[in-house]
Design a protein around this ligand. Structure first.
Ligand code: MV4
Length: 510
């Protein structure tokens, strides 16, 4: 087993991996940027190596600096977490070249799944159900029209190098395909430096359900149930759960077997996730594979009782998985809320700053994977995920009750967070019934009296802000000031008071 592991990440996931290291008597090494000198992951590690300036391009994305830090500290392995370099095949190869172990899949599997068209080919070759469409990029508008006629409208144009919703265009009829094709191509080029787009049949109001996999180097590939990830806002997950309210034993078995076949076809080792779209008739279709540990892995851990990070480390060290398929069963239900430093009253604008106070819920069945502490200033440079708050209970209905109770205990002040938004979601009857699809959050926000005109203006502003990533510090401040004013001008009073009601309800009780 490894004696020392370098964690090439920050925030809550770095803390999560440090905890696994401690439990396995492995010494954890942190890395950090200028903005993270006092971050929680740095405080908790045995050693910490400074990488560079605050922007990720100067720090957490610098593969060579990270490999040098591992060598310098005599770490034998690198855990990349999620995001940053976690799905970068060139980094995986460089780690191996340096004589170190990457705690993740082989570079070849990362490459195969990184291209959506080659992932679709792999899934088809494995005999898994795949969304009908092409397995190669589309060369011309004529070709797009011919294929769309064949599979039937509506269709979806997607970036071959994409994922996560960028460069994606729904096309309802033949008249719209030419301009959609041009726009999808230029968006794909701008976002992924690759203009290639392909075509899929559009699945109406799908649910997003994914299968968690673990594979070792001895050919054991095991599925650990599914996660329901349909609750997303702008292609970002906000609530995830295990199991899915719509998946029964039989469907779980079929989806699990399909996922294992795809992983085997890819020569997959370590933790991975197969994403499926599930339609209203419960047909499931392969969408893409994520070749990393995922943000929402804790709900799977709570329901299977398995520690995925322990298993990742074991497998990377050349040991077999500690369990087989027959050892995996699901008990109870777990739900996760992603607590972001964002203001739900103002279209989820980033809200970095000093955390004045934190009170974390406790009691039966709760887990808080946090990367922050009271008195720390949340930097503007990175994803604003502060903590993943999870509950477990014997049934989904009890987990929902427990979530409502625990969210009311949670206090975080000084910055705006998504906590009030979750307090509202958990009181929604359709959520309580498990009755939702990928369009639920948008519809929910509309019923909360959200002002569409104002939010469109915010969206444009947000896109502009992304391009100015290096000026984020200045942009975010100017931005929130101006849009806050816009909102005061444009938003009906009812919206704000609704959110505040949930906040006050929580505060009165404690
Ligand atoms: C789709 C789809 C419908 N049909 N593909 C969005 C993110 C990307 N990973 C895939 N996405 C979708 N692909 C076909 N053929 C609908 C979505 C989609 C979606 C998927 C999962 C979770 C939330 C979503 C929200 C809007 C659209």
């Amino acid at each position: 087993m490894f004696k020392k592991i370098l964690i090439a990440n920050r925030g809550e996931i770095a803390v999560r991996i440090i905890r696994a290291c401690r439990e396995m008597s492995i010494s954890p090494v942190a890395v950090y940027s200028d903005a993270d000198r006092t971050a929680l992951h740095v405080r908790l590690a045995d050693q910490a190596v400074h990488l560079g300036a605050a922007p990720s391009s100067e720090s957490y994305l610098c593969g060579d600096k990270i490999i040098a830090a591992a060598k310098q500290t005599s770490a034998e392995a690198i855990h990349p977490g999620y995001g940053f370099l976690s799905e970068n095949a060139a980094f995986a190869e460089a780690v191996e070249q340096a004589g170190l172990v990457l705690i993740g899949p082989p570079a070849a599997a990362m490459k195969m799944m990184g291209s959506k068209t080659s992932a679709r080919r792999a899934a088809l070759a494995a005999g898994a159900p795949v969304v009908p469409g092409t397995t190669a990029p589309i060369a011309s508008v004529e070709e797009a029209i011919n294929i769309a006629e064949e599979i039937g409208y509506p269709v979806m144009l997607k970036a071959a190098s994409g994922g996560g919703g960028k460069g994606m265009r729904r096309v309802g009829c033949r008249d719209d395909i030419s301009s959609a094709f041009t726009m999808a191509q230029s968006e794909a080029l701008a976002s992924f430096k690759d203009a290639a787009v392909y075509l899929e049949k559009y699945i109406e109001r799908p649910r997003h359900i994914e299968i968690q996999l673990m594979a070792d180097q001895f050919g054991n590939t095991v599925y650990l149930g599914e996660r329901e990830c349909s609750l997303q806002r702008r292609h970002q997950k906000v609530v995830e759960e295990c199991p899915s309210p719509v998946v029964d034993e039989e469907l779980r078995h079929r989806m699990g077997e399909a996922a294992v076949k795809i992983a085997r076809a890819a020569g997959y080792v370590n933790a991975g996730t197969i994403e499926f779209l599930v339609d209203s008739q419960k047909n499931f279709y392969f969408l893409e594979m994520n070749t990393r540990l995922q943000v929402e892995h804790p709900v799977t851990e709570m329901v299977t009782g398995r520690d995925l990070v322990h298993e990742q480390i074991r497998v990377a060290a050349g040991q077999p998985l500690s369990f087989s398929q027959t050892d995996v069963w699901l008990r109870g239900a777990a739900i996760e809320c992603r607590i972001y430093a964002e203001d739900p009253e103002h279209n989820f604008m980033p809200s970095p700053g000093l955390i004045k106070k934190i009170k974390t819920p406790a009691g039966p069945g709760v887990r808080d994977d946090s990367g922050v502490y009271e008195g720390w200033e949340v930097p503007v440079f990175y994803d604003s995920l502060l903590a993943k708050f999870c509950v477990w209970a014997e049934t989904r209905a009890l987990a929902v009750k427990r979530l409502a109770r625990a969210l009311d205990e949670y206090e975080m002040s000084g910055i705006r967070t998504t906590l009030p938004f979750f307090r509202a979601i958990v009181r929604n009857e359709d959520f309580q019934q498990g009755n939702f699809d990928t369009g639920f959050i948008d519809r929910f926000l509309q019923t909360q009296n959200h002002n569409p005109a104002a939010s469109a203006a915010d969206d444009d502003a947000m896109a502009a802000q992304q391009e100015l990533a290096d000026l984020a510090a200045i942009a975010a401040v100017l931005h929130s000031k101006t849009t806050a004013q816009q909102h005061r001008d444009a938003t009906p009073q009812a919206t704000e008071s609704r959110w505040k009601t949930y906040g006050r309800m929580a505060q009165r009780r404690f």
